[in-house]
Design a protein around this ligand. Sequence first.
Ligand code: PLP
Length: 426
Amino acid sequence: TPRPRPLTDLGPEELTAFRQEQQTAYDALRGRGLSLDLTRGKPSSAQLDLSERLLSLPDGTRDAHGVDVRNYGGLEGIRELREMFADLLGVEPAQLVAGGSSSLVMMREVLTDLWLKGAVDGVRPWSEEEKVTFICPVPGYDRHFTLLSWFGIDTVTVPMDEHGPDVEAVAALAAADPSIKGMWVVPTYANPTGSVVTQEVAARLATMETAAPDFKIFWDNAYALHHLTEDEAKTADVLSLAAAAGHPHRPIMFASTSKITFAGAGVAFLGGSVENVAWYVGHLGKGSIGPDKVNQLRHAQFFGSPEGVRDHMRQHRAIIAPKFAAVDEVLTSRLEGLGVATWTRPSGGYFVSLDVLDGTAGRVVELAREAGVALTPAGASFPGGHDPDDRNIRLAPTFPELPEVREAMDAVATCVALAAAEKLSH
Ligand code: PLP
């Protein structure tokens, strides 16, 4: 086959011929009555099966320190699990809380506490501010943006690149405007770009001057341990960097085992300065007498050690890395050289970020839907669901079986090429 040429280099007749080819392929696709779903980053059932043994644990009812896990108490979570994940997340056990099953709930709780009571380093509750704004690296995680919008918090976007958020843009915004109270960062294997925040970027975020004294970095390390290659990225130690810079209360860290054990029955973690932890637990205590320590104990027993968690993640990798390879393989064979799409090749996390020809992302998602392939809505990775360039599509290949991932990606490639040909022939 001849080498593909960029669509923009084609003459009008060549472009018409290309468009016709893609239309024919698309019509054939529609005729196949596909029903495929690449929308949400969920573990597949084979991944969930890796943690099956959890269902027959815990063995006994006391944790390593003799606490009866069936009873009330221990708001900060059982010590052995906090020690295990403190090691994995690079913090001190005293800086880590083990809670319920959802880290997103913890993020909402922290925002609620900031809103109603104010930060440990704040002067008043955020609800008493005239305006509260968050810096949102884009493309980013839709639920972060929905949460802000639910609070009525304004958003200002900065671009995400392979080293994390555009840190000079962040520093300029944070220094200039006291209404800017915080930002989101997914430091390791970002959703959806797969970027890993470098030591330099983390250091700048930790040390930068901010107009708001109580600026908060929501350091959402949801994919800290979710490597797709042997090269296991280590997350920058933002808590130490911030403490050394005199801003110990700036970062609040989140993580969970949602994509390590069971997405609906894992354990979530919150990390921060000892003062932030006491602040969080103090507010938590107004609504809870203690977490599900039975679940925490079975997690501790299931893993046994930090190395047990790392081993377990390698088993996940064996299941999902081929799916990510398939996404890249199909996109490369179908779209490389056409100049209408670029995509990430993540070394961890749950997503591939696909950028199509400007102004066609919505059309690609629509075409795919009509052909029976569900994609995350175009714009979902931007606040308000609005991608100003109508360019980004988030692909989530973990849940479907490998042959379905291939089939879905082939369909997506047809939709990308057809939408680009349509756009260019106007
Ligand atoms: N944070 C990020 C960046 C995510 O991608 C997700 C899930 O997709 C979550 C948090 C949700 O975490 P949890 O299941 O602990 O609530």
